[in-house]
Structures are given as structure tokens and as C-alpha cells.
Ligand binder design. Structure first.
Ligand SMILES: [Zn+2]
Length: 405
């Protein structure tokens, strides 16, 4: 189904712009009118990271007249494997500024608006206001639900993408979409597809699980493709459809996503009528894990001391790393044994644990080890503890010679 173009055409293109966009202008579906619509378009990209990098560059090259960048983070060396809008000399710079400079280099006719701040309930509607659509490159659930809700309240399309290892997904959520007669097409929102966030700790982030760098280009370019179609009114945007991409099988699948009549946001008896507390909705950590970790969390400095005492023979305990084997290959706390979290979930880890020694657990950042701590304490290991900040804190504070990831 095609939709009415989101944007009216600009008055004219300059001679320079005609030269620059000539390969668009000779496509009949885009043509001069479509290119003028792009010139008048205002697109906000959330995050100048894995998805935001290709999305921003292609939106800019395509001639989208105004591009907003909402990003508060700084460029880190571990970003450069996929975040191609930044370069070596940008390490340590605000990502929003680095991205702005790259866009200016790609296309000086683009007006770039930098929002170098963290999106929250106080600023999100104000920042979104005036943009024709939102391209989302965030990697956390709290922000996604907030972006979905804010876009819904402003009635603008939400072009969503998600990546993990070799798998990507994309869709356009736009419950206010109407057909050419002006009638609702009953399109879903993000909450129709994902009514509730996954339990904390169940879905690893890219920082925990990794992502194939080039996957960002595959999904980011789908997002730009859909944005261009919506802005110019061409083709059949994936409104009400979910694209699923498997890079290993090289397979794209397209599934229908129906509007949920009981959706808390866009359903008939909506309960979400304004922005909510998204952090507590998504929860940083489960209640069980938070209870287990309270009073049973040690610092990496304490752990270092404990390891010294173990070496001297004045203390005994078992240090368990609950990450995955490939993470353990990257860095580790010396003297730890690897028992991945899955073995705690299926119960097989418990028989590997000595009953006469204290159990000390750690993971990458402290989320997974809090979950396993709850399981171990529940099994009777009352003096078990976990390490706050995990191996990330260990590398930062104790042993910077090891690589971080
Ligand atoms: Zn909905």
C-alpha cells in the first residue's frame, strides 16, 4: 500500500543540487518532485551508532534537507568496527559533533541539527516536534518504548531497526497512517508487536553479545529506504510488516504485524495516555536479582584483595565467571572458572559448585551475575556474592593491559 507523501516539495533545486542528485532525478518515481520533497524533509535520527551511522550518511547523501542527530555519547575505539560515520581522529569526541562533520563532508547542502543530550521524558516531545519522521538507532528497550510513544503522540512514523550478532529486524510503526482516501489502515505500533519488554537480563545487548559490523549497514539502509519512500510517497513502505534478516543464511523474511486492539498505547482502551517511567517499565534488573545483590555485592578492589588472600592461603573461595566462552577468550579475571549463565538457568551448574567454599560470581557488567546470584542463593549458598561492574570494572580499575569489549 502506498501513502500520501509526508512532505510537500521545496520550491526549487539549485543548479548544483540538480547536478548532485541527477541519478535520483532520472528515476521516474523520484524525479524532480521527489527530490524537492527530500529537500523539504526533516528527519530525526536517534543515535549516531551502529544503525545511525549508515542511516545518517545515506539520508544526507540522498539530499534530505534537515537532519537531526539525537546522541549524547562519545566516540570509543570499540565503536569503529561498525560506526562508519566516525573515524580514528574522532575518538573521545561527542558522537553528535563527529557525525555532523561527516555529514557536512558528504553533503554540504544538508542542514544538520545537533541534539547532544540524552532523550528523556522532559525533552523528547520538544525534540521530536517539527520532524516528519523518526529513524531509531537505539539499542535499549527503555528508549524504544519512549520513542514509540512520543512518535505516536505526535502522529509521525517511527522507523525502527534492531541488530544482534547476525540477525536484524526493521519495521515502520505508524498507527496514524491513512490510505489515500484518508481512512485508517489500522497500522500497529511497537507495543502491538512487543507489548512488554523482555525480562531484564534475558536479552543481551550488542555490548554483551556482539554484532557483525556490516549488519548495521543492511538494517540501517532498510530504514533509510523506508524513510525515503514515506517522505516522497513512493512504493510500499513496511507499515504493518516486520522485516527479518538473517545474514548467515542470507535470508530476508517479511511478516505481517497486526494492530493489537488491546494495545496499551494505540488500542481501543488505551492506558498509556502520556509518557511513562520507561526505566522502571523496562527495569534495569529483575526484582529477584536486585534482592539477591543487595548486601552481597563486592567491588573489584575487594576482589583483588580476596584473590591475594587466596594465594597466601588465608582464604578460600571459588570465583565463577558466568559469561559465554567467547567472552572469556577476550578477557578474564585471573583465577576464575567459566560456568555460563545458561547452566545456572538449567540447574546443571549447581552440582559443579563446592558446598564448603564461598561462591563469588561475576559477568561482564554485573547484570547477569546478579541473576545467577539469585539462583545460587536460592539453592542454599547463603554467603555467595557477586562482583559489581564485572570484568569491565576489573579491566578499567585493576588490569588495563587486558582488552575491553
Ligand atoms: Zn499499539
Amino acid at each position: 500500500m502506498s501513502f500520501t507523501p509526508l512532505v510537500e516539495p521545496a520550491d526549487e533545486l539549485s543548479i548544483d543540487e540538480v547536478r548532485r542528485y541527477s541519478r535520483h532525478l532520472i528515476i521516474p518515481d523520484v524525479g524532480m518532485t521527489g527530490q524537492k520533497r527530500l529537500k523539504n524533509a526533516k528527519v530525526l535520527v536517534i543515535g549516531a551508532g551502529g544503525l545511525g551511522s549508515p542511516a545518517l550518511l545515506y539520508l544526507a547523501a540522498a539530499g534530505v534537507g534537515t537532519i537531526g542527530i539525537a546522541e549524547f555519547d562519545e566516540v570509543d575505539e570499540s565503536n569503529l568496527q561498525r560506526q562508519i560515520i566516525h573515524g580514528q581522529s574522532d575518538i573521545g569526541r561527542p558522537k553528535a559533533e563527529s557525525a555532523r562533520d561527516s555529514i557536512r563532508e558528504a553533503n554540504p547542502y544538508v542542514n544538520v541539527v545537533v541534539h547532544n543530550e540524552r532523550l528523556d521524558n522532559d525533552n523528547v516531545l520538544g525534540i521530536f516536534e517539527g520532524y516528519d519522521l523518526i529513524v531509531d538507532g537505539t539499542d535499549n528497550f527503555a528508549t524504544r518504548y519512549m520513542v514509540n510513544d512520543a512518535a505516536y503522540f505526535l502522529k509521525i512514523p517511527y522507523v525502527w531497526g534492531s541488530i544482534y550478532r547476525f540477525d536484524g529486524q526493521a519495521s515502520v510503526f505508524w498507527p496514524h497512517a491513512v490510505d489515500e482516501k484518508g481512512e485508517s489502515v489500522d497500522a500497529p505500533c511497537y507495543r502491538c508487536l512487543y507489548p512488554e519488554p523482555p525480562p531484564p537480563g534475558m536479552v543481551p545487548s550488542c555490548a554483551e553479545g556482539g554484532v557483525l559490523g556490516v549488519l548495521c549497514a543492511s538494517i540501517g539502509s532498510i530504514q533509510v529506504n523506508e524513510a525515503i519512500k514515506l517522505l516522497t510517497g513512493i512504493g510500499d513502505p513496511i507499515v504493518g510488516k516486520l522485516m527479518i534478516y538473517d545474514a548467515l543464511e542470507m535470508e530476508y523474511r517479511k511478516l505481517r504485524v497486526r494492530k493489537d486492539p488491546n494495545c496499551a498505547l494505540c488500542g481501543e482502551n488505551a492506558t498509556v495516555t502520556g509518557l511513562i517511567d520507561y526505566e522502571s517499565f523496562c527495569g534495569a534488573i529483575s526484582d529477584e536479582a536486585a534482592d539477591a545483590a543487595a548486601g552481597s555485592t563486592i567491588s573489584v578492589v575487594q576482589l583483588e584483595q580476596m584473590l591475594k588472600e587466596r594465594e597466601e592461603g588465608t582464604r578460600d573461595f571459588v570465583l565463577v565467571d558466568v559469561r559465554e566462552p567467547n567472552e572469556y577468550e577476550i578477557n578474564k579475571i585471573p583465577g576464575s572458572v567459566l560456568i555460563p549463565k545458561g547452566e545456572f538457568l538449567n540447574g546443571s551448574a549447581l552440582e559443579k559448585l563446592p558446598s564448603d567454599k564461598q561462591i563469588v560470581m561475576h559477568c561482564k557488567s554485573g547484570v547477569r551475575s546478579a541473576e545467577t546470584l539469585a539462583i545460587v542463593k536460592g539453592a542454599g549458598f547463603a554467603d555467595a556474592v557477586h562482583v559489581g561492574g564485572g570484568v569491565v570494572a576489573w579491566v578499567n580499575q585493576i588490569d588495563p593491559s587486558q582488552p575491553a569489549y
